[in-house]
Ligand binder design. Structure first.
Ligand code: AHM
Ligand code: MG
Length: 331
């Protein structure tokens, strides 16, 4: 029987694939892994915590119980701050970026941006949620505090990106630009183990994911595509199946394994869509592209967009390459 390969072993083994390899990126990834294990533990008992917290809002230490997304945010920030490899972070939960002021962190070469708990409206109903992260080399001088230019980098400049899906099992999927690998958490040993080496997104599929309830607000192009997916045509496996979890990580993870397209388009009430360029669209597009898929805004490749603000939103069409191309053909 072949032994398991843990994520920590894999990260060290692949360290040399990375052009700036000095071990810091490996340590940074390990900090993220530790935070995600802690978040996983809390996510798994979220329902229970609510039952226990129902009569009293304070926990045993007298601390007010926090919302899980705030808890997750704090876990990632403290793991990255204590790790000392990142000079700062930006997250969906914070209005501004956080520059770490301790001396060790100021020497850090990287910044991390993340969505600590994506799909958080699914927490209360026990449906899969996720964490998304993205790592860049800093632009500001080493030894100084992180500045805004460190965070407003194109997705193309990411050095690593990944997601964690807290589903029926917990998985971590990441890339450093040399393919995509997936690891499943074995709760009995508390380790992520390599379960999905060299993940490739199928070029085509028969699933589309979109919040179709908003159809009347979508452009004629998206509406034309939504007519197309419902037509009867055996040769192209239509009509397609619609699957929409409302958790980007879970929808994209399924499409990554089975093929499919995920669309969060512009609409009359949200001209830039809903999803954030830095925390959601860039990391997911980097992973998808590394797996042979594509992420596109309808105007340009997501990874080529020059960000202008931290919480910038962007419409997105992402997933199997041929399916994304088909959607774009209607624009
Ligand atoms: P969140 O970061 O506030 O959780 O929002 C992001 C989520 C995505 O995971 C999901 O694809 C989308 O919002 C669903 O939005 P909607 O309910 O508008 O379809
Ligand atoms: Mg989100």
């Amino acid at each position: 029987m072949q032994g398991v390969k843990t994520l920590s072993e894999f990260i060290i083994e692949r360290q040399d694939d990375f052009k700036y390899a000095t071990g810091e990126l490996s340590r940074l990834l390990n900090d993220i892994v530790i935070a995600s294990k802690i978040v996983n533990r809390e996510v798994n008992k979220a329902g229970l915590a609510e039952i226990l917290g129902a009569t009293e809002q304070e926990n045993i230490q007298g601390e007010t119980q926090q919302k899980l997304d705030v808890f997750a945010d704090e876990q990632f920030i403290s793991a990255l701050k204590n790790g000392g490899e990142a000079c700062g972070i930006a997250s969906e939960e914070n209005d501004d970026f956080v520059a770490f002021t301790n001396e060790r962190s100021k020497q850090g070469k990287y910044i991390v941006v993340f969505d600590p708990l994506d799909g958080s409206s699914n927490i209360d109903v026990n449906v899969s949620i996720g964490t998304i992260f993205s790592i860049y080399r800093r632009k500001s001088e080493i030894g100084q505090e992180a500045s805004i230019e460190d965070f407003l980098q194109k997705g193309r400049d990411q050095v690593a990106a990944g997601y964690v899906i807290y589903g029926s099992s917990t998985m971590l999927v990441y890339t450093t630009g040399n393919g995509v690998n997936g690891f499943t958490l074995d709760p009995s040993i508390g380790e992520f183990c390599l379960s999905h080496p060299n993940m490739e997104c199928p070029k085509g599929g028969k699933t589309y994911s979109i919040n179709e309830g908003k159809r009347r607000e979508f452009s004629p192009a998206i509406n034309a595509y939504l007519d197309y997916v419902k037509e009867d045509d055996k040769s192209t496996k239509r009509p397609y199946a619609c699957r929409y979890i409302g958790s980007m990580v879970a929808d994209l993870h399924r499409n990554m394994l089975k093929g499919g397209v995920f669309i969060y388009p512009e609409s009359t009430s949200s001209p830039n869509g809903k999803l954030r360029l830095l925390y959601e669209c860039n990391p997911m597009s980097f992973i998808m592209e590394e797996a042979g898929g594509l992420g596109h805004s309808g105007k340009e490749n997501i990874l080529d967009i020059e960000p202008t603000s931290l919480h910038q939103r962007v419409p997105i069409v992402i997933g199997s390459k041929n399916m994304v191309d088909k959607v774009l053909s209607y624009y």
